[in-house]
Design a protein around this ligand. Structure first.
Ligand SMILES: Nc1ncnc2c1ncn2[C@@H]1O[C@H](COP(=O)(O)OP(=O)(O)OP(=O)(O)O)[C@@H](O)[C@H]1O
Length: 348
């Protein structure tokens, strides 16, 4: 369990980079931390790895208070966290196996034990056949695998990944995320992923926190956060459907497909509406599969006021969030979303 209790960090010039941060990440969970540039992500990483001291509050990992640890205890605590970076920074003059062995050499692990451990790690990250390749002979994804193996060399309980896939193409990103998920399942490690990519959060995280100006403004299980329509994080995690070419005043029902017990696939929703004599006319939709269920937003056009009311009732009774809106209102929301996204891309 990783626990941050009222953690604040004020830099010498007076900048408050972290402001009373409270966060609990249970063992074995994959937790995403997202936030704009300057939100405090790097500061949080430095405090978590013990590279920087917090000004106030406690950070504990498996019961060890990092903020109070000093000397040998701090070194041990730091080893309990493996770091994976966006740019892997492998030593070019060393092979994949030698790069992975590096932290073990520093920790003075005996040679035979080192050899055994490196072989195990190469196997674990799917690079058993690349042991003797130099970084220049490896693809970006393979280098990141070496970086992950190196981070796991000291058998940490926590893997802290700082933008682990930002330098990779989408197919390689998927493979690396899959690997991180497998490592969590096999080793039971806790993973923190700092990212600006919502797709990374959607694909792999069990829970997520939004850091804004040094404070955590929203944190929770992924589906629970998505279900909170008022949260900006929900809107970023589930992309808005494209706007349809309807007259501005046209009425639409905006449905958020998330944590309903009855509806875990879009098809269930159509069945439900048709069972109630409400033919669904979908104008636009955006659906993702998250943790094995389909979530997303749909814009349904009701046929008249009576059908609109009944559709709202049926959807609410099924545990879905649905509200009556207009094409113009949805377009305004889409414009605001696109602006926010463009801003985030520019910053990253
Ligand atoms: N060493 C420092 N001294 C003074 N202020 C700092 C220092 N490092 C960071 N800051 C300030 O603390 C705030 C948080 O910075 P931080 O680097 O943690 O944000 P970030 O979310 O990692 O941003 P980015 O995504 O751009 O890396 C910013 O206002 C930054 O200017």
């Amino acid at each position: 369990m990783i626990e941050l209790n009222e953690v604040s960090k004020v830099y010498p010039g007076g900048v408050t980079a972290l402001n009373s941060v409270n966060l609990q990440i249970p063992a074995g969970e994959i937790h995403g931390i997202v936030g704009r540039s300057g939100a405090g992500k790097s500061t949080l990483i430095r405090c978590l790895t013990g590279l920087d001291q917090v000004t106030q509050g406690q950070i504990s990992i498996d019961g060890v208070d990092l903020s109070a640890a000093r000397g040998a205890e701090l070194v041990k605590a730091r080893r309990s966290i493996g770091m994976v970076f966006q740019h892997v920074n492998l030593l070019d003059s060393r092979t994949a196996a030698q790069n992975i062995a590096h932290p073990l050499e520093i920790a003075r692990v005996p040679k035979a034990e080192r050899k055994r451990r490196v072989a195990e790690l190469l196997e674990l990250v799917g690079l058993a056949d690349r042991a003797d390749n130099y970084p220049a002979q490896l693809s970006g994804g393979q280098k990141q695998r070496v970086g992950i193996a190196r981070a796991l060399a000291a058998e940490p309980g926590v893997l802290l990944c700082d933008e682990p896939t930002s330098a990779l193409d989408s197919a390689t990103t998927r493979q690396i995320l899959e690997l991180i998920g497998q490592l969590r399942d096999r080793l039971g490690i806790t993973v923190i992923i700092i990212t600006h990519e919502m797709s990374v959060v959607r694909e792999i995280c069990d829970s997520v926190s939004l850091l804004d100006a040094g404070s955590i403004v929203r944190s929770g299980q992924l589906l629970e956060v998505i279900s909170d329509r008022s949260s900006p994080l929900s809107k970023e995690l589930i992309s808005l459907p494209p706007t349809s070419a309807l007259e501005a005043g046209a009425q639409l029902i905006d449905v958020l497909l998330t944590e309903s017990d009855r509806i875990s696939h879009v098809g269930d929703l159509f069945t439900l509406l048709s069972d109630n004599g409400l033919p669904a006319r979908v104008e636009a939709g955006s659906i993702e599969t998250i943790q094995g269920r389909q979530v997303g937003r749909l814009h349904i056009r009701p046929e008249g006021a009576a059908a609109a009311q009944k559709t709202l009732e049926v959807l609410s009774a099924a545990g879905l969030h649905a509200e009556l809106t207009t094409a113009a209102a949805l377009e305004t929301e889409a414009d605001a979303g696109a602006e926010a996204q463009a801003g985030r891309k520019e910053e990253s």
